[in-house]
Design a protein around this ligand. Structure first.
Ligand SMILES: [Zn+2]
Length: 206
């Protein structure tokens, strides 16, 4: 796509190409070579019209809501991208945790085949074989870190000092959590013998 404008000097000086398109100065004109994500004279037409459309696509982009990480992005070097698992049960957990309602009715085989991905940002350290590298997941890894209003509970919650589990004088839901608490929930604590130790409030710290 070429746009001719009447001006002198470097036609690309103003950086006319949007979406990181590459500008080519053509003596009185310029042309933009657009990335895969856009088209138009100055790459002004996004191939996917919105963030939500973009994250819906599988392939190069992380499919998490609000995450713009992509395989080929320079800024994402060092991040890993993991395809939705073939295992149906695990894949359902991935979809549920991501809060991607639109994926709920898509079969696991389709999600896998279309190369839906989550980037390494959505997995807690313990979900990696090598937490420092974050390049491989454990076989049953579940993503839990999503920037959504109702994120899933963490698999390895940071526990605030638990009150005595057998203290039922205060309802579990009323036991104090600090102001940095983002979510709290009820967890059933099992003793070593499987005997219930009672229900306590767990606070998940950000
Ligand atoms: Zn991501």
């Amino acid at each position: 796509m070429t746009l001719f404008i009447a001006a002198a000097v470097d036609e690309c000086a103003s950086g006319p190409c949007q979406d990181n398109g590459t500008c080519l100065d053509r003596r009185g004109a310029f042309s933009c070579t657009c990335p895969r994500t856009s088209r138009g004279k100055v790459c002004e037409i996004a191939m996917a019209s919105s963030e939500s459309d973009r994250v819906k696509r599988g392939g190069d982009f992380c499919s998490a809501i609000g995450c713009s990480n992509a395989r080929r992005k320079q800024s994402c070097k060092g991040k890993s991208f993991f395809r939705f698992p073939k295992d149906d049960e695990t894949c359902r957990k991935w979809v549920q945790n991501s809060r991607r309602q639109d994926l709920l009715n898509i079969p696991t085989s389709t999600l896998h085949a279309r190369k839906y991905l989550f980037c390494s940002d959505h997995f807690e350290d313990k979900q990696f074989l090598r937490p420092t590298m974050k390049d491989r997941l454990v076989w049953n890894a579940i993503p839990t870190i999503f920037d959504v209003p109702n994120p899933p509970p963490k698999l390895t919650p940071t526990r605030r000092k638990l009150e005595r589990p057998d203290d039922h004088s205060v309802p579990a839901s009323k036991r104090s959590c600090s102001s940095t608490v983002t979510q709290s929930g009820m967890f059933h604590i099992q003793g070593p013998t499987g005997r219930s130790k009672g229900v306590v409030a767990l606070c998940v710290l950000k």
